[in-house]
Design a protein around this ligand. Structure first.
Ligand code: AMP
Length: 411
């Protein structure tokens, strides 16, 4: 079904064409008609499914032309997501005269005040800074017609729900509200009941199983050899660009330092970095200046970064859905990718939870000719047995009673 069938405005359709989209994705197919009808929509969908266009195209069509505003506000958990979503909205609206702006913390107020004074139709914001503007009286929400709560479960994790409620309290009650969230925990359910009117739920796009294009394996290792193994993996892998995921900001800094000392061009992305540092990191990684991006989950959530050839989970993620999300950073569109997870003894519980969540066993592998020290984890690899089911491990071999990993030498 082409985009022309939905009743989107001609100017928005022109924007879609300019973006090169040929066919709607499943979430777009289902969400766009509902939003165009004026329904409140809950989408259980993750980034990568096309959810931004799913809400942006119908709402921009309904907004039509520039007027007193803001009339659409989109709340995002992180600055990067806010910037990314504003760019997408700006692009979709480029053949209209609608004005978009983005508001987030960690930067000065000057440009944001200017945009608000000039008048915007669409405001994409992180909750804290938007609330700041509301309290200072530099922004009003009494003309808002549409609210989108994006990545609601992340906003909950980050403690933003009270701010979100305060913001919604300032919006007219007869607005339309859409909410997107990979999971719907009880707190979000309560928010839905309070903030939305007879919402329609769309449950596509919750990806529990990793993509076929990603080969994913686990490298069991003792804690004190973890850094050496990560370095050795990087040395042997034939990669174009790698994201290394760490659990904490402090851990990410430590790993980035280690990689830098070993002559890797590294960018770091976590929420303690300044806005300028975060932008530089992303830009440098996207344009190839940095070959490795070390990131925490929250900073990397939802970022649309194409062409990542490898993901290394330096730390096992604590939420199973983050595993799927992390390894989904590679193998995007039709490309293939590899994802390696380093597992130490204390990670076993989390790995079990991940395997239960994705419904498959992830192959345990060893790096050939790496000087391993013994850990009881190796006993769980069932020597002599190729791993059951799970990720494809092209190029892997059984040798010495253990399964050896798929790593290729660098060119
Ligand atoms: P999102 O889930 O909104 O972050 O979108 C993920 C990526 O898919 C972005 O790069 C979008 O530009 C792209 N995308 C979204 N919808 C379509 C579509 N219908 N056709 C092709 N690409 C799309």
């Amino acid at each position: 079904m082409p985009f022309t069938r939905f009743g989107l405005s001609p100017a928005v359709l022109q924007g879609v064409r300019a973006m090169g989209y040929l066919e709607p994705t499943p979430i777009q197919l289902r969400a766009m008609p509902l939003i165009l009808e004026g329904k409140d929509v809950i989408g259980s969908a993750q980034t990568g499914t096309g959810k931004t266009a799913a809400f942006a195209l119908p709402i921009l069509s309904k907004l039509g032309t520039h007027g007193p505003g803001p009339r659409l506000i989109v709340l995002e958990p992180t600055r990067e997501l806010a910037a990314q979503v504003e760019t997408a909205l700006h692009n979709f609206a480029r053949f209209t005269n609608l004005r978009t702006a983005v508001i987030f913390g960690g930067v000065g107020y000057g440009k944001q005040l200017e945009a608000l004074r000039d008048g915007v139709d669409v405001l994409v914001a992180t909750p804290g800074r938007l609330l700041d503007h509301l309290q200072r009286g530099t922004c009003r929400l009494d003309r808002v017609q549409f609210v989108v709560l994006d990545e609601a479960d992340r906003m909950l994790d980050m403690g933003f729900l009270p701010d979100v409620r305060r913001i919604l309290d300032r919006c007219p009650r007869n607005r339309h509200t859409s909410l997107f969230s990979a999971t719907i925990p009880p707190e979000i359910e309560t928010l839905i009941q309070w903030a939305m009117r007879q919402p329609q739920t769309i449950e596509i796009g919750v990806r529990r199983s990793p993509k076929d294009t990603v080969k994913h394996v686990i490298y069991p290792v003792s804690d004190f050899q973890k850094a050496d193994l990560a370095l050795e993996l990087l040395r042997r892998v034939n990669y174009d660009s790698v994201i290394v995921f760490c659990r904490t900001k402090h851990g990410a800094d430590r790993v980035a330092g280690l990689l830098k000392r070993n002559q890797h061009a590294v960018a770091v992305l976590h929420s303690n970095r300044t806005q300028r540092e975060r932008e530089q990191a992303l830009r440098g990684f996207r344009d190839g200046r940095f070959e490795v991006l070390v990131a925490t989950d929250i900073a990397a959530r939802g970022l649309d970064i194409a062409d990542v050839s490898h993901v290394i989970n330096y730390d096992v993620p604590q939420h199973p859905e983050d595993y799927v999300h992390r390894i989904g950073r590679t193998g995007r569109m039709e490309a293939t990718g590899d994802a390696y997870t380093l597992m130490v003894a204390e990670d076993v519980r989390h790995v079990n939870a991940i395997e239960h969540f994705i419904g498959q066993k992830i192959p345990r592998v060893k790096l050939e000719n790496f000087n391993y020290r013994y850990t009881t984890l190796f006993e769980q690899g069932k020597p002599g047995q190729p791993p059951a089911g799970g990720g494809r491990v092209r190029g892997a071999r059984v040798r010495g009673g253990y399964f050896f990993g798929p790593v290729r030498r660098r060119r």
